[in-house]
Design a protein. Structure first.
Length: 356
């Protein structure tokens, strides 16, 4: 609307119609400037029909009409307005007039970026949803603002804004986090940055303070399957009931009936039983915390001895004994000596004839 009055003023002053298209070139074509900083831009035209040129601005930053020139420069020492739209105009020899508006974006970095913790922000509970808020104070223009949420080394959410106010505003980004056990111990924070085209060099981002996520979750065994173990003579069996959980799980055991009474005074809250287990049966471990209880079963079975091997050994022993018995019957003399000629042996007589 304001340019309508400016152009109307130009028409009233010159009595010349204004054309919508204009043979001008601005360098740079767009300006992104921080509030309070200077900038300059040049407006030129390749036309040889130029009578005069100039800059107009509703805030007194323009320059008057320049006759017989093909370019005019606008220099502003300090930007003090949020909606600065200077206009370059040309008066042509055919009594026509045209104008182009320079796109100027005035920005201001946020005063602060902070993350509001969820109400009564204590430990989270696995599976529950929590609304987290990032507050950005006194930033302009908000349409160029981008807020990113970080969890650990990942960006988990990014939000842009469609508000059109060119002057500084306060705004917020809200992110809903569903608590997971893998989140426990990670850091979460938000980050605000202004994004422009063309890019503004050395335009840094502003980070909120990070917060550690604490998630409560029920126990989970590191080896979740029930186990079957073999009990051998002289062997040692280890029952591992280690579980992860927050808070740290508390353990309890139930033993087979023959040894349940003897284990009453055994140390409680053990996640590993490494003592010698002498009885087969079912051993049950329970891991529990404020979030739940999980149970794991260990079945200890006694290994049956291999009777085939034992029978073979006994058979060999009996065979050897029989051979020894038979050998003794045929080759051992009444005096207890060994002779292969036991049949012709006479007590006190030599067993064979020889020279006298």
């Amino acid at each position: 609307m304001k340019w309508f009055f400016i152009l109307s003023g130009l028409i009233a002053c010159t009595g010349k119609p204004v054309r919508s298209s204009c043979p001008v070139k601005m360098s740079p074509s767009r300006v992104v400037v921080r509030f309070g900083d200077p900038f300059s831009v040049n407006c030129s035209s390749p036309s040889n029909q130029i009578q005069s040129m100039g800059w107009e601005s509703p805030y007194g930053t323009g320059i008057g009409r320049q006759d017989g020139v093909s370019s005019v420069s606008l220099k502003i020492d300090s930007v003090t307005d949020w909606d600065l739209q200077p206009l370059c105009f040309i008066n042509l020899l055919d009594n026509n007039q045209c104008a182009e508006t320079l796109s100027v974006t005035v920005y201001k970095m946020p005063d602060s970026v902070s993350m509001s913790q969820p109400s009564q922000m204590g430990p989270m509970v696995e599976g529950e949803k929590y609304h987290m808020q990032c507050d950005i104070v006194n930033v302009a223009p908000v349409r160029n603002l981008s807020v990113s949420w970080h969890k650990g080394n990942k960006i988990i959410y990014t939000e842009a804004f469609d508000k059109t106010s060119p002057s500084p505003v306060n705004t917020s980004s809200v992110f809903t986090l569903t608590a997971q056990r893998s989140d426990n111990g990670t850091q979460i924070w938000c980050e605000a940055q202004l994004e422009f085209s063309p890019l503004v060099p050395n335009l840094h981002t502003i980070l909120s303070k990070s917060h550690e996520v604490v998630v409560l979750y029920s126990p989970t065994f590191t080896k979740p399957e029930n186990e079957t173990l073999e009990l051998r003579a002289g062997s040692k069996i280890i029952l591992d009931c280690t579980a992860r959980g927050n808070p740290m799980p508390v353990y309890s055991w139930h033993f087979p009936n023959p040894i349940q009474q003897t284990k009453k005074n055994e140390k409680e809250n053990q996640h590993i039983l490494a003592s010698s287990i002498q009885f087969p049966g079912t051993y049950t471990c329970t891991a529990s915390n404020t979030q739940g209880t999980k149970t794991k079963t260990f079945t200890v079975v006694e290994v049956t001895r291999n009777r085939t091997t034992l029978a073979a050994l006994v058979g060999v022993f009996l065979c050897v004994a029989a051979l020894l018995f038979i050998g003794g019957f045929f080759f051992v003399t009444p005096e207890g000596t060994f002779s292969f000629s036991k049949g012709s042996y006479l007590r006190g007589q030599p067993t064979s004839s020889g020279p006298v």
